[in-house]
Write a protein that binds this ligand. Structure first.
Ligand SMILES: CC(=O)N[C@@H](CCC[C@H](N)C(=O)O)C(=O)O
Length: 373
């Protein structure tokens, strides 16, 4: 039988049980079960919904170091064909949170077994993909009492080779807002369109008009994205659809652009409502604050990485991905970085298959960074 690193094995076991935001019951139980196997003397665990706070007490603490991992999966039917593929139909760890958790457990194990001077708080956060667990976790009494002085986190990056860490000072990830638009017209017989208000046609116009906001209303030097990831409407091929629903997300590099895009979405939706004689409702769902890396801690981490022979540090551009870790960085100095995992298929793809060699590398780098902080 193949012998694998214990944290690779943990990653595989977590990979088999992906759960959506705030439904991570098996994941939480798995994490707690693993934590029970560690020496308990220096560790204090507090449950919060489906997440966990784990404080590891240092030898003579001067500060509290925070390290955060997200724990939820996505509603995707996995197509990797891996022997340890998801056992949960229609759910997949397609954003690397299985990697993030196994790395966090690896670092936590090192910190428990080789106590450092400072206290370290490990945050296992639910619902990163939505509706967002970081902000409510920040608002808990637990985190008010255990507020880190510095905090950091990582995210896997399929586009970089294993051994590469990509990071930048300042803006790393975009401002995001979900977008749900419901249209209601009048259904009827496919042969009598003049007696109906067809919401399939209205939603088709709406999708293309929304894209014109990006090309004609946003300053080309201040990028934005509107993605409609899902459209539903109608019942059968020969009935005109009475309702349609568009589900998407907005990404902007600046909060100002987010405001502008939303104003334009409202104007375009009002226009569709007038021209197709339908009702329209917009719901912005959950919004994430941008991930903004603080200058001093980011520089310190880059300097630390540059001295490592096996790590290639890449100063990357900002990305249009979103991350509710941005809320933690709004309150606490720190940074996030990309960990190269070299997969031909990207994040949120049913064939995402990150290279597991990155797990050991990340555990070593993050542990060593904490040991010298
Ligand atoms: C790293 C990553 O992929 N994060 C997600 C966050 C999603 C936020 C929210 N549900 C939305 O869609 O706006 C991403 O899609 O970037």
């Amino acid at each position: 039988m193949e012998k694998v690193n214990p944290f690779v094995q943990i990653r595989r076991e977590l990979h088999q049980i992906p759960e959506l935001g705030f439904q991570e019951f098996k994941t939480q139980a798995y994490l707690l079960h693993y934590l029970e196997t560690l020496p308990q003397e220096r560790m204090e665990i507090k449950k919060w919904k489906t997440g966990l706070f784990v404080k590891v007490y240092g030898t003579s603490p001067k500060k509290l170091i925070g390290y955060r991992t997200d724990i939820d999966g996505l509603p995707i039917v996995e197509q990797t064909g891996l022997s340890f593929k998801s056992e949960h139909e229609g759910r997949m760890h397609a954003c690397g949170h299985d990697f993030h958790m196994s790395i966090a457990l690896g670092v936590l194990t090192n910190v428990v077994n080789h106590p450092v001077q400072d206290d370290v708080l490990f945050i296992f956060q639910p619902a990163e993909e939505g509706p967002g667990g970081a902000l409510p976790m920040l608002e808990t009494d637990i985190m008010k009492e255990w507020k880190p002085d510095i905090i950091f986190a990582l995210h896997i990056a399929p586009e970089y080779p294993v051994g590469t860490i990509a990071i930048r000072e300042g803006l790393l990830f975009a401002n995001t807002s979900e977008l749900f638009i419901d249209l209601k017209g009048k259904g009827g017989h496919a042969a009598y369109p003049h007696e109906t208000r067809d919401m399939v046609v209205a939603s088709s116009y709406l999708v293309t008009q929304l894209q014109s906001i990006i090309s004609r209303n946003v300053d080309p030097l201040d990028s934005a994205v509107i993605t409609i990831g899902k459209i539903t409407g109608g019942t059968v091929q020969n009935i005109i659809a009475e309702t349609a629903r568009l589900e998407g997300t907005i990404r902007t590099l600046s909060p100002e652009a987010m405001q502008k895009v939303k104003q334009r979405i409202e104007a375009v939706v009002n226009g569709i409502s007038a021209s197709f004689e339908c009702e329209a409702e917009i719901d912005y769902g959950s919004m994430y604050h941008q991930v903004y890396n603080h200058e001093a801690p980011t520089r310190d981490f880059i300097k630390f990485l540059e001295a490592k022979e096996n790590i290639n540090v890449f100063i990357c551009k900002e990305a249009m991905t979103g991350e509710d870790f941005g809320y933690m960085l709004k309150e606490i100095p720190g940074f996030m970085f990309w960990l190269g995992v070299d997969s031909p298929y990207g994040l949120h793809h049913a064939m995402l298959n990150p290279d597991e060699k990155a797990i050991e590398i990340a555990i070593k780098v993050v542990s060593e960074y904490i040991f010298q902080m």
